[in-house]
Design a protein around this ligand. Structure first.
Ligand code: FMN
Length: 168
């Protein structure tokens, strides 16, 4: 197993559209003795408040949501293509029902307060700075609101500082 090296966010060579939208990421957080992870493919990276940040969007119905609400630390894990089945599983089963981390056989590493997975190729260690629910009235086009949130299960947006990038 290769070891991680810390790199600057500016040294990331992969395309962020591909990393998030096509390869997907695992949002992982811990609260006390409990830990959970879920697959996400909506979000982005950029600069906010002069800091490198990621934007993630999590519905309150996700088990992961309560971990994000309780803690400021989290990690975004980008795994190689060989783990596609595990990513699919972590995006279709809830941590309320199964211990997904155990079932996937992921090895948990700790970076101060944020857990991450040894199986990852790239890890963002993040700190939550800002959180806000999306609302229907904020959409310019009501059709878009209806198409994405007809069930009113709006995402909550988190703007998280990328404090550390770990790369194999
Ligand atoms: C490819 C993929 C991408 C997903 N992206 C998101 C996302 O960005 N935000 C979200 O709230 N749920 C997303 N989901 C759904 C959650 O991963 C899924 O509901 C998961 O089972 C939640 O797990 P949890 O209840 O343990 O938190 C995605 C699922 C898949 C398969």
């Amino acid at each position: 197993m290769k070891t991680f090296k810390e790199i600057s966010p500016y040294a990331i060579e992969n395309n962020p559209f591909g990393m998030i939208g096509k390869d997907w990421m695992l949002i992982t957080a811990q609260n006390g003795k409990d830990m959970n992870t879920m697959t996400a493919s909506w979000g982005g990276v950029g600069i906010m408040w002069n800091k490198p940040v990621a934007f993630i969007f999590v519905r309150p119905t996700r088990h992961t949501f309560q971990f994000l609400e309780a803690q400021t630390a989290l990690s975004l894990n980008f795994l190689p293509e060989a783990y596609r089945a595990q990513l699919q599983y972590c995006g279709s089963v809830s941590g309320r029902d199964e211990n997904k981390i155990l079932k996937c056989g992921f090895h948990v590493c700790m970076d101060e307060s944020a857990p991450y997975f040894e199986e990852s190729d790239t890890v963002f260690i993040c700190k939550k700075h800002y959180a806000q629910m999306l609302t229907g009235e904020s959409f310019m086009d009501p059709a878009m609101d209806k198409a994405c949130y007809g069930d009113l299960n709006y995402h909550k947006m988190y703007i998280v500082e990328i404090e550390k990038v770990l790369k194999k």
